[in-house]
Design a protein around this ligand. Structure first.
Ligand code: IMP
Ligand code: MG
Length: 178
């Protein structure tokens, strides 16, 4: 891949906002009555999504973060996922909502769920902003998905390419030019 690229808008800021509002309503219905919901953001890609989502969520929530190593592009041999930054709080007996930016092959979220399950949460669910179902290598589904997208590399709204473009207010597809 060359160095120069342009970003083609795929999902506007307005569409994202509308979808986040709808997701928050569904999530609030699902967890209605709970007073022990912990919303867990996977760093770093989910930081904008989780910030918007919890502000639309009409429930008492705690917010925590987890960072795991990504096997990254070109290092896909070892699909092990290690904890780089663990949760601050205990989740035993708690309702846990994991918030992820993208489910791609599914390896990351599947490892994260395995790790969190050993801590015996009462309920454990996933809300992913984006899903690339055609890329799946392990069977894993988020209960809530913002948008299904085709197999394109995307950036914006928290999601990076080489640590850049997280600050875009919309989601765009990276297109390399020469
Ligand atoms: P998975 O383990 O293959 O499901 O990968 C999920 C992680 O890969 C996401 O949380 C992202 O960090 C990263 N990722 C997957 N697709 C993209 C993309 O299109 N743009 C940026 N990061 C991506
Ligand atoms: Mg990620």
């Amino acid at each position: 891949m060359g160095d120069r690229y342009v970003i083609d808008e795929m999902i506007s800021a307005k569409s994202i906002a509308a979808r986040v509002e709808a997701l928050a309503r569904e999530i609030a219905d699902h967890f209605a009555g709970t007073d022990k919901l912990v919303v867990v953001g996977l760093l770093r890609g989910s930081f904008i999504f989780i910030a918007d989502l919890v502000r639309e969520l009409d429930l008492p929530v705690e917010v925590d973060f987890l960072e795991v190593s990504s096997y990254g592009m070109g290092m896909e041999s070892s699909r092990e996922v290690r904890i780089l930054k663990d949760l601050r709080g205990e989740i035993e007996g708690r309702d846990v909502l994991v918030v992820e930016d993208i489910i791609d092959t599914g390896h990351t979220i599947s490892h994260v769920l395995n790790i969190l399950r050993t801590r015996h949460p009462a309920r454990l669910e996933v809300c992913a902003l984006l899903d690339k179902p055609t890329r799946r290598e392990v069977e894993v589904r988020a209960r809530w998905t913002g948008f299904e997208i085709p197999d394109k590399f995307v950036v914006g709204y928290g999601i990076d390419y080489a640590q850049r473009n997280r600050n875009l207010d919309h989601i765009g597809a990276v297109r390399f030019v020469d």
